[in-house]
Ligand binder design. Structure first.
Ligand SMILES: C[S@@+](CC[C@H](N)C(=O)[O-])C[C@H]1O[C@@H](n2cnc3c(N)ncnc32)[C@H](O)[C@@H]1O
Length: 243
């Protein structure tokens, strides 16, 4: 049994289900529209060992010890109380069951963040200065960017044996520059900038993004360098009281 927290449209849930044909995978997400798409894609893939649940991974009362593993691709940075959330996920794991997840590294080290944000703000794409110029509160997607902080949170949640490795990829944001610009305008910090700036029209924002993303267009789509942490940790054989 495996659970995927913040499964979105279920890409990694289906990968886990393919790897564990004799097992069962539960995908959990807060977004009903994403789960609808996840169910549709899962039916199309002919997979019958997956269930999707509309639930909050921080508070959902999972069957204690009911899962062998829990995974999440970039779905665990948004918890309002990360220690409570990770402890909740841990209690759902059997003793020695593992949690593995990915999360973005520091924003200044993520070209996929620096380049479009700089383009919308009209400043050079220079890491730290772009981060400092961001007009809102620090985006929650970077809340787990500090490995020492992640280790402390997981330890307080009762996990042991934390390992954190760096993963660098060329991340796909669209088949064309136009598609990638629309993806950036539709979500996250880039959408926030456009919403906050009354002077910046959608058309102008789109033009700035297509210009900035042009150099990243390849025959395989628009690919931007991205750095993630791959975190793996274990629910101990004997858990501490009170966590
Ligand atoms: C960046 S998306 C990643 C989606 C998916 N894992 C993927 O890789 O495509 C983050 C997802 O986490 C979900 N999410 C955020 N907080 C959550 C929570 N407390 N419980 C369940 N899902 C959550 C969001 O609805 C969103 O679908």
């Amino acid at each position: 049994m495996c659970s995927t927290s913040g499964c979105g449209t279920g890409g990694t849930t289906r990968l886990a289900a393919c790897r564990a044909r004799n097992g069962h995978v539960t995908g959990i997400d807060l977004s009903a529209p994403m789960l609808d798409e996840a169910r549709r894609a899962t039916r199309a893939a002919g997979l019958d060992n997956i269930a999707f649940e509309h639930a909050d991974a921080q508070t959902r009362a999972f069957p204690p010890g009911g899962f062998d593993a829990a995974i999440s691709r970039n779905g665990v940075m948004f918890f309002s109380d990360p220690v409570a959330a990770f402890a909740n996920v841990r209690r759902a794991l059997r003793p020695r069951g593992r949690l593995a997840f990915s999360c973005p590294q520091r924003p200044e080290d993520c070209e996929w963040y620096v380049v479009p944000v700089a383009a919308l703000l009209g400043i050079p794409p220079v890491g730290r200065s772009v981060v400092d110029a961001y007009p809102g509160p620090a985006p929650a997607m970077f809340s787990l960017a500090d490995p020492a902080h992640v280790t402390a949170l997981l330890t307080r949640a009762g996990f042991t044996d934390v390992s954190i490795d760096s993963v660098e990829i060329a991340q796909h944001f669209g088949h064309t520059v136009d598609e990638a610009a629309e993806a950036f305008l539709g979500s996250g910090p880039t959408r926030y900038i456009v919403e906050q700036d009354a002077e910046l029209t959608y058309r102008e924002a789109h033009a700035r993004l297509t210009a900035a993303l042009g150099p990243y267009a390849t025959p395989g789509g628009v690919l931007l360098p991205a750095r993630y942490w791959l975190v793996s940790t274990e629910n101990p054989e004997v858990s501490r009281d009170g966590v």
